[in-house]
Design a binder for this molecule. Sequence first.
Ligand code: TXA
Ligand code: MG
Length: 358
Amino acid sequence: MQTELVKIDRANMSLDIIKKAGEILRAGGLVAFPTETVYGLGADALNEGAARKIYAAKGRPSDNPLIVHIADMEALDQIVDMVPEEAKALAKAFWPGPLTMIFHKKECVPYGTTGGLSTVAVRMPSDEIARELIRQGGGYIAAPSANVSGRPSPTTAQHVYEDMNGRIPMILDGGPVQIGLESTIVDLTEERPVILRPGYITLSMIRSITGEAEVDRGLIADDSSVRPKAPGMKYRHYAPKAELQIVEGSMEQVVSYINGKCSGSPRTGVICTEETRERYLGGNVKCIGSRKDELSIASHLFAILREFDEDHVERIYSESFDTPELGQAIMNRLLKAAGHQKIDVSGWSGTIKQRKPV
Ligand code: TXA
Ligand code: MG
């Protein structure tokens, strides 16, 4: 299949192109498109056969449900059983935006879209290209991140092209996304709202609206017998080809540990920040962003993991990013990429020597 990669000028959006993409969706085909979080791989959510194509294109396990994207509140009532008051309040505060909510589904939503579950995940994105495409595509677009299963989520159309070329007819290129991490998922089918996946909308932001809210135990428990409630969170995601290790400790300790490990080899990758980049003495050093700007870190994470794959590094050391607000979401993705490998060097006392600058 020939894949058409079409640029869309946000300042002067071509309705003709989006209409054409909408026709593909209405006919049961797939179109990749930008959202404010990551690029999505869209299909008509109410057409089971179309949803099935998504699983095939991504190589996604069939028990991993899709998020249904809508453009207005009326659409929500058509596909969910009941909208609890808390959900209405959260929608008012954060929709359109990077928040996904889980409801009991109505019959019109096929099990092929929900991975066999009787609940459905719904999100109203804020990206204008996404919103127009949803309208043109029939109003209900199922869209997982547009990567091959297991690869980092795509934050540019080029990333989508790398993964989906030859597998889908069209990719809408709206430039790099704003946030770079997938939406926060909140389950509203329980007594209290539960965060199933951390994202740009944080626990404290949710609590400021609903009062009570908690984080799924399956996400925070060290005990791996507690399963995450979102089926997709149990898979090892975002895995770069190289082994990735996260290093925790004071800035001094972390820099000196990584410098000791790296021995200047270009086959060793380092993920650092603006604050530390000058202090690494060798290796393939990539700056993810500034600690003063959490969003800069979030938005570059997946792109950096993909770059290291292209550079064929063998090992990657990353600083830790437990930043105040977005840190939860950033670390959730980074830990998954690292297969939960982290090393705490805060107990280190100068046994790791720093190499002399060359
Ligand atoms: O930001 C986003 O949410 C992006 C953009 C494209 O909107 N989409 C995205 O979709 O990240 P995906 O498929 O990569 O992740 C969806 C996650 C999976 O972990 C899935 O298991 C979970 O949502 N999920 C979907 N429906 C669910 C349900 N009914 N119950 C529990 N978890 C659900
Ligand atoms: Mg995904």
